[in-house]
Design a protein around this ligand. Structure first.
Ligand code: 8YV
Length: 328
């Protein structure tokens, strides 16, 4: 099948160069408005597309997939997380799913590290103070935060991004601890000087900073539940650049308000773009608009991966970034 004939529907605006290449290669329909599609619009898209290119803002659930036309054969998602796609229903309907892993690892790890540094050192609070015009000038006790060097970092999810965070944190003099479904290879543990905790509960109760780097799956929904948040030390900080659903946002907000946790750095939220309004009133949190992977270089690389997935699939091969339910 020549590429030009393939009907590709892209749900959001992508970098210009990527859109131009896709328009050249495929019969491509873009969402020029760049507003997240409603469920009705998504249904229209899956009725018509041979290949759908969704993003994290599209909920491709069973209700949407049940309306898909028989021509829909590939969902080439622009992003790494695939929790917005019902993989089981897609498989049952013979639809291949791909994602864009690897190319946003370093950017997301950088943003995680930025939050790990920002929250204990009160970076956002300090910036707000200067902007307010109320900064009285330097004082020996002004804007004191907590030292990061020498602290224990507990990483939940030691995959690509978790390991990249560990590498950075080691450079900042932190000791690396992790909880993962499976223990990582001994050579990786050795390189990172990482300590494995089989029990998440035990790790949580001993860390200074927790970084959430696991995917959102049914097994990790509210992994940081109200009960587990209570296990954290009062001096502990939580950073989440993965998915909001992994942390019980209301329970975390209550813990932050009550001073049971020292602070949080959140790039993701349970009901994006909505944010618990109580979080907005807290000074000990840094809140970012899901921008962990938002670099120009990263977005281009993600687009390239989507194009490779489509071309490989159309040429009759298994795309290299095929996602299977068994991976999660
Ligand atoms: C992406 C992300 O920007 O790739 C992911 O899983 O969370 C983000 O960094 C987004 O998903 C694009 O769809």
């Amino acid at each position: 099948m020549p590429h030009k004939k393939v009907r590709v529907i892209v749900t959001r605006r992508l970098p210009d160069a990527i859109e131009t290449r896709m328009m050249e290669l495929f019969d491509c329909q873009l969402n020029l408005e760049d507003k997240p599609l409603s469920q009705a619009q998504l249904i229209e898209a899956v009725k018509e597309a041979e290949i759908l290119v969704p993003t994290v803002t599209d909920r491709i659930d069973a209700a949407v997939l049940s309306q898909a036309g028989p021509q829909l054969k590939l969902i080439a998602s622009f992003g790494t997380g695939v929790d917005h796609i019902d993989l089981k229903t897609a498989r049952q309907r013979g639809i291949t799913v791909t994602n864009t892993p690897g190319v946003l690892t370093e950017d997301t790890a950088d943003m995680t590290m930025a939050l790990i540094l920002s929250v204990p050192r009160r970076l956002a609070e300090g910036e707000r103070l200067v902007r307010s015009g109320e900064w009285p000038g330097w004082a020996p006790t002004g804007m004191l935060g907590h030292r990061v060097n020498g602290k224990r970092l507990g990483i939940i999810g030691m995959g690509r991004i978790g390991s990249a965070v560990a590498r950075r944190a080691k450079g900042f003099g932190m000791s690396i601890h992790y909880h993962n479904r499976r223990r990582v290879h001994p050579s990786v543990e050795e390189e990172l000087e990482a300590t494995y905790w089989e029990s998440l509960d035990q790790m949580l109760s001993r860390m200074d900073i927790i970084s959430v780097n696991c995917p959102h799956t049914p097994a990790t929904f509210h992994l940081l539940s109200a009960r587990r948040i209570k296990l954290l030390r009062e001096e502990a900080y939580i950073v989440n650049t993965s998915r909001g659903e992994v942390v019980d946002e209301n329970a975390l907000t209550r813990a932050l308000e009550a001073g049971e946790v020292a602070g949080a750095g959140l790039d993701v939220f349970e009901h994006e773009p909505a944010v618990n309004p109580k979080l907005l009133r807290l000074d000990n949190v840094v809140l970012l608009p899901h921008m962990g992977s938002a670099t120009i270089e990263g977005r281009h690389a993600m687009g390239e991966k989507v194009i490779i997935s489509i071309k490989t699939f159309v040429d009759g091969h298994t795309p290299p970034d095929r996602v299977l339910e068994t991976m999660f």
